[in-house]
Design a protein around this ligand. Structure first.
Ligand code: KIV
Ligand code: ZN
Length: 541
């Protein structure tokens, strides 16, 4: 293996050159605030049951602290924080409190492990929000931390809200006061994400020196918002000077542009810095998808590691090289973060478009059961590029149709939709009947199945699943993971294009699509295409 390369990762060897210049901690504690700062994402509101699901997933992931909420906010919030604490998780459970005794009492009622106490320190917040003097803020810090100690929390963390826009002398005074009063963790919020990595690193270093002069065991924590897209970079700069805890949210959700993303911080610590955390990397993708589902904040296709595109390649140059050695264009293996086989470049990750090369086209066509000569591939590629140059997305339907017309062969599917009947209307339950044909060796088996659904597409999908299960008995369940439809265009193709993602029990996942004037037919054809591709994938594996 080359310098910078391990079994799962291949990073820049130049990183080695700066290791002497940084003061990395032995280990970084992961303080997850998905349920508190993350829930402050505009439009996100989680039920108690959903919060419990997330807390269980975070604990399984291995986070050290779960900030479950701010109990004083409402009785519902208090109830969810209490229930999370009662789960008896390995992670410490923290709650957020202002410097008021009633806030701390609410934390104690929930029997929390960690009191996270905050009060703002910047002139801006003192003048326009708190209407307090610096001296009054200092008194609030002393009184609240002393009271928290009396209540007997296992940990007391103090945050100077808007720390990065606070006068430095006053900031040092606020933190040293908190530590002298009994805080054993201090957190440095870049509340509106307005600092740069070098400055945040310098600030963290100054504060760490001042605080550890009083108590060398104080945990130094970072809390960065992403308004300038620097939350992760700023947090890492704080870790480079010795901070040993970082506040994060799953998928980086949170107020405005969000918080530092758990996945990006943890992967950077693991792969780029070599600093240990307690996170089980293989659980990352699963946790991210759960939070996406429950918060309904979609993961962008380009989101580092978690996005759909992060292990996919359209450009022919990239696809060809990644087929030869995935590390050429993928810094880590998808398995490392628990992504499944859909992420593998080997056939499944190749996306066809105007940047594709001959190799990708041939690999993709094989999944439709079509073999092409070099000349045929070149012709198909030219026609694909024409579609792409017109600004259109190239679908499986385009590729297959072009390949069939160029080769003169009809791609023979293993599975074929022979008939589809749908009955729908007002005041009746939509129902559908599907006739499927499957080729087994040289003979064909046909199966008819009917089912109902909440709508015609649902009914047809259910009938298709039933027929498939009946015909391919040992295949197991197929999950429909995604279903979307492109708007019907008024111009050349008055088609609806349906895109589906299906997965099987062996972990194979594939995207497929179909275009038709009739959206029900397009939906079922897309599914049949997906089922066919799963059958091809299994056959090839
Ligand atoms: O962003 C912030 O300042 C906060 C504090 C409560 C830590 O979320
Ligand atoms: Zn915050």
């Amino acid at each position: 293996m080359t310098e910078g390369e391990t079994k799962d990762v291949y990073i820049s060897p130049f990183i080695q050159q700066i290791t002497g210049e940084v003061n990395l901690p032995q280990k970084v504690y992961i303080f997850d605030t998905t349920l508190r700062d993350g829930e402050q994402t505009p439009g996100v509101a989680l039920t108690i049951e959903e919060k419990i699901q997330i807390a269980l997933a975070l604990d399984e992931l291995g986070v050290d602290v779960i900030e479950a909420g701010m109990p004083v906010v409402s009785s519902g919030e208090r109830e969810s924080v209490r229930r999370i604490k009662q789960l008896g998780l390995n992670a410490e459970i923290a709650g957020l409190a202002r410097t008021r005794s009633s806030d701390l009492d609410a934390l104690q009622e929930c029997e929390l492990d960690v009191a996270h106490v905050f009060i703002a320190t910047s002139d801006l917040h003192l003048q326009y929000k708190l209407h307090m003097t610096q001296q009054q803020v200092i008194e609030e810090i002393v009184n609240s931390i002393t009271y928290a100690q009396e209540l007997g929390f296992k940990g007391i963390e103090y945050s100077a809200e808007d720390a990065t826009r606070t006068d430095l002398d006053f900031l040092v005074k606020a933190y040293t006061t908190a530590v002298s009063a009994g805080a054993d963790r201090i957190n440095i919020p870049d509340t509106v994400g307005t600092i740069i990595p070098r400055a945040y690193g310098a600030l963290t270093k100054t504060l760490t020196e001042a605080i550890r002069a009083i108590n060398k065991d104080v945990r130094i924590s970072l809390h960065c918002h992403n308004d300038f897209g620097l939350a992760v970079a700023n947090s890492l700069a704080g870790i480079e000077v010795g901070a040993n805890q970082v506040h994060v949210t799953v998928n980086g959700i949170g107020e405005r542009a969000g918080n530092a993303s758990l996945e990006e911080i943890v992967m950077s610590l693991y792969a780029l810095y070599g600093v240990p955390t307690n996170i089980k990397l293989k659980q990352l993708y699963k946790t991210s998808k759960l939070v996406e589902k429950l918060t309904q904040v979609p993961i962008s296709p380009c989101q580092p590691f978690m996005g759909d595109n992060t292990f996919r390649h359209e450009s022919g140059i990239h696809a060809h090289a990644a087929l030869a050695h995935p590390r050429t264009y993928e810094p880590i293996t998808p398995e490392l973060i628990g992504k499944r086989k859909d992420s593998e470049i080997a056939v499944k990750g190749v996306v066809i478009g105007k940047h594709s090369g001959a190799h990708s086209i041939q690999e993709k066509l094989k999944t439709f059961g079509i073999e092409t000569t070099r000349e045929q591939t070149t012709e198909i590629l030219e026609r694909i590029k024409e579609i792409g140059d017109k600004g259109k997305r190239v679908t499986d339907f385009h590729l297959r149709t072009i390949a069939e017309s160029v080769t003169g062969k009809i791609a023979e599917p293993v599975l074929d939709l022979k008939e589809l009947t749908v009955v729908t209307g007002l005041h009746i339950t939509p129902s559908a009947t599907v006739k499927l044909r499957i080729k087994q060796n040289s003979s064909f088996i046909e199966k008819v199945a009917s089912d109902i659904g909440v709508g015609p597409v649902d009914a047809a999908c259910n009938a298709l699943q039933a027929a498939f299960k009946d015909i391919v008995k040992d295949f197991g369940d197929i999950q429909l993971e995604k279903f979307s439809m492109d708007a019907i265009e008024a111009d050349t193709d008055a088609f609806a294009t349906v895109h589906v993602r299906v997965s099987d029990e062996q972990g194979f996942v594939t995207d497929a699509s179909a275009s038709k004037e009739d959206i029900v037919v397009a939906s079922i054809e897309a599914l049949v295409n997906g089922f066919n591709r799963l059958l091809y994938m299994r056959r090839e594996s």
